[in-house]
Design a protein around this ligand. Structure first.
Ligand SMILES: [Zn+2]
Length: 333
């Protein structure tokens, strides 16, 4: 399948359609609703949940073709099929079946899924285009249920000590994951509006947030608070009492910054082991790596006997997993 890796997305079959383009195109397949994967295209192919998030967050009024996982849709001589990516609710891997073979594009993915989205469902393909955010062996994440237990323990310890635990988690995906983990463990939680306002597709998918509520303008007392990092210093989030701030990131020790009292490793991206697991499951003849440790992961795969190459200009951090997202307070950035 003819691919062109452009600065703003991947062009397939000489412009027949685009994958995760950020600038408007005639036909764009969107793997998931994070801003660095989703443009305002004339016609968008995505899952129902991604469509709901995209419409709500962008106000876009284009045409949406919303597919279920496993449901084929044809354009030209290419058949597109979406499969669960396990990254955030609605996230999809994109299988493209053409005359020259099949290509699988992961978008962002996590093999295990989470409380708020099903596990990834990779399928065999001739070529694989994968993210490589954590593509070095130093990035192995603890099991997610251990991290969730740590979240709950931190919240309980803070509340017992008369302090408000503030969890920093970005608005779409991790915010809801933390909200589900805490509320399902019986912790009272107030979530910032940017997280709370996106709950409907989660509830439609059967995810429960028992006892969760929206953070009021006047703040909330005697409960845990979840807010995106950019709002972590705002008055309603911090309230008037003592607080303890917890950063939740896949980067672990990289988030130990001033103003952060605790780091818990919980990511919605595959860690190194899951990346290797994916490539093994897809068993491709050729692998393209993007984002994060793209070069290092391609080299690693070559040593494992795969024909792999990093896409030039596509290394560097992916959404929400940027080491610098947790800035020291007062840095003005
Ligand atoms: Zn993402």
């Amino acid at each position: 399948m003819k691919l062109r890796f452009a600065a703003d997305g991947i062009e397939v079959a000489d412009g027949l359609f685009w994958l995760d383009a950020t600038k408007p195109k005639a036909l764009g397949v969107i793997s998931h609703a994070h801003g660095d994967h989703s443009g305002r295209h004339e016609t968008i192919v995505c899952t129902r949940e991604t469509g709901a998030f995209h419409r709500q967050r962008s106000g876009h009024r284009g045409k949406y073709i919303e597919l279920s996982f496993g449901e084929p849709w044809r354009v030209g001589d290419v058949e597109i099929v979406l499969w669960s990516a396990g990254h955030i609710l609605g996230s999809a891997m994109v299988e493209m079946r053409g005359p020259e073979g099949t290509t699988l594009y992961t978008g962002d993915f996590r093999m295990s899924g989470g409380l708020t989205c099903p596990p990834a469902h990779p399928v065999p393909a001739d070529a694989l285009i994968t993210e490589a955010t954590f593509g070095v062996p130093q990035h192995r994440h603890p099991p997610a249920d251990e991290s969730r237990a740590e979240l709950v323990q931190f919240a309980r310890d803070c509340l017992d000590g008369g302090r408000t635990p503030i969890f920093m988690a970005y608005a779409l995906g991790k915010g809801q994951e933390v909200l589900a983990a805490l509320t399902q463990a019986g912790i009272p939680v107030a979530a910032h509006g940017s997280i709370w306002n996106l709950l409907r597709p989660y509830r439609d998918a059967g995810v429960r947030f028992p006892g969760g509520r929206r953070l009021s303008r006047n703040g909330s007392r005697q409960c845990a608070v979840i807010a995106p990092p950019r709002w972590a210093d705002s008055a309603p989030v911090r309230g008037t009492g003592e607080v303890s701030v917890c950063a939740i990131t896949g980067w672990g020790n990289m988030a130990q910054r001033p103003g952060i009292d605790k780091t818990i490793v919980l990511s919605d991206h595959a860690d190194y082991d899951q990346l290797v697991q994916l490539v093994t499951a897809v068993a491709p003849k050729h692998v393209y790596t993007l984002h994060g440790y793209a070069k290092e992961f391609a080299e690693d795969l070559r040593q494992r006997g795969f024909n792999a190459e990093a896409v030039p200009g596509h290394s560097g951090p992916a959404d929400g997993e940027i080491p610098g997202m947790f800035k020291p307070r007062g840095s003005g950035r």
